[in-house]
Design a protein around this ligand. Structure first.
Ligand code: SF4
Ligand code: SF4
Ligand code: FES
Length: 398
């Protein structure tokens, strides 16, 4: 992964802005996110800070890999009206992403917020570590790796995200959850706020970076005054809401859904961390549903990914990740009802599609139905490494 650290204070960022700027916040969803300075959540924090200070934020644009210029161009095209209107793009990307976005928007004010140091990896103990510094940093290669804190200290940068400089103060309201009052962000997504307050709700099709489609029904809750069970991932918070997140009926329904998924997809699906967690939590040891196991062909034709439809629960995360984060629209749903499947291209082998190898689909798949092949295969011909070697060039994967 590429290692980057925030290089701009919030005040410095504001000095680059003027009050009538129309801003798009653009974030990468890969390496910089793992360095703690990007991603959907961070974009929301920055949006709150800027709005509180009276700036106009038109859009948050999450991109699977901003360092691929083709993907940056696709995002520009997909939201042309907004980008035409925008005067300024604030980037939560590495410096390579900065070069690509700057090239795609040559007439806009593009503000980078990170300094990129080279490549490294993620250590469970130390977090992201830099092992192969760029020559321009003056750092010697270090097998143990430089931690982010070490880089912050050595280069006098910023250890955390912008909210460490100034706490955002979004408008809060009070709702009742499982009999207790809870302060939450006004108009926010109910599932997001429950998760932010450590109330764990199962959710297989939702991710705050991808939005909601209400497909899996695992996140159902009860809301006083509303009929039936309501998917919390599709619910906007309202003042005074009274929510029940767990009771006998909710648990029984979630258990049935989970058992049905496992019955359809077979034992392999239990390798998924989320599925395992909820099976333990709901004490599912045997399955009351007996369904014929899927017997679909595994697609191994993609250079970097394997797609195993037998593990697919049709949550649609890969479809949204590919369309919204990479802009490629390689993965789609096909057929209807109980025959619904996900296909690549027009039902072409994965390897013959326009896949940009950004890995967003694999990253968001909750059941490992799409998984990366070995890292070594991915590295050959992968743009990151070329860009690290040629940091001043724009690299396009062909
Ligand atoms: S199929 Fe997956 S790896 Fe390929 S472009 Fe779409 S999201 Fe990226
Ligand atoms: S491949 Fe994975 S992400 Fe895509 S629909 Fe199936 S389970 Fe969901
Ligand atoms: S997470 Fe809400 S319906 Fe799937």
């Amino acid at each position: 992964m590429i290692i980057s650290v925030r290089s701009l204070s919030y005040d410095e960022l504001k000095r680059n802005l003027s009050p009538d700027d129309k801003i798009v916040i653009w974030s990468c969803d890969t390496c910089v996110k793992h360095c703690g300075i990007a991603g959907m959540e961070k974009m929301s924090v920055l949006e709150d800070l800027l709005k509180e200070d009276g700036y106009t934020v038109l859009k948050k644009e999450l991109v699977s890999e901003s360092c691929q210029i083709n993907l940056a161009k696709k995002h520009k095209k997909a939201h042309e009206d907004i980008f035409n209107d925008a005067t300024t793009i604030i980037l939560l990307t590495c410096e390579i992403g900065y070069q690509c976005v700057k090239t795609v928007f040559p007439k806009k004010k593009v503000i980078g917020t990170a300094k990129t140091f080279g490549s490294g990896n993620f250590s469970n103990k130390k977090g992201p570590i830099l092992t192969s510094p760029l020559p321009t940093t003056g750092l010697a290669p270090e097998t143990e790796g430089y931690t982010l804190n070490k880089l912050v200290e050595t280069f006098n940068l910023y250890p955390k995200f912008f909210d460490a400089d100034k706490q955002p103060n979004p408008e809060k309201i009070t709702i009742t959850v499982d009999g207790k009052p809870l302060e939450v962000k006004k108009d926010a997504n109910l599932l997001d706020e429950l998760s932010a307050n450590r109330i764990r709700i199962p959710h297989l099709c939702y991710d705050s970076s991808l939005g909601s489609i209400g497909a899996c029904r695992m996140c159902l809750v009860k809301i006083e005054g509303k009929r039936g069970l309501i998917p919390s991932c599709c619910t906007q918070i309202e003042e005074g809401m009274i929510v029940t997140t767990d009771d006998e009926e909710i648990t029984s329904l979630r258990k049935s859904i989970l058992q049905m998924i496992i019955a359809e997809c077979g034992d392999e699906i239990q390798q998924s961390r989320d599925i395992r967690y909820w099976m333990r939590r709901y004490k599912i040891t045997e399955n009351r549903f007996k369904l014929p196991k899927k017997n679909e062909t595994v697609d191994d034709s993609n250079e970097v990914l394997v797609k195993d439809p037998n593990r697919c629960i049709l949550c649609g995360r890969c479809v949204r990740a590919c369309a919204n984060l990479s802009g490629q629209k390689v993965i789609n749903f096909a057929r209807r009802g109980s025959n619904t499947v996900t296909i690549t291209g027009l039902n072409d082998p994965f390897g013959s599609t326009d896949c940009a190898h950004c890995l967003a689909c694999a990253h968001y798949c909750p059941t490992n139905a799409i998984t990366p092949k070995s890292i070594s295969k991915k590295i050959s011909g992968y743009p990151f490494w070329t860009m690290i070697t040629y940091p001043k060039k724009i690299v396009t994967k062909t």
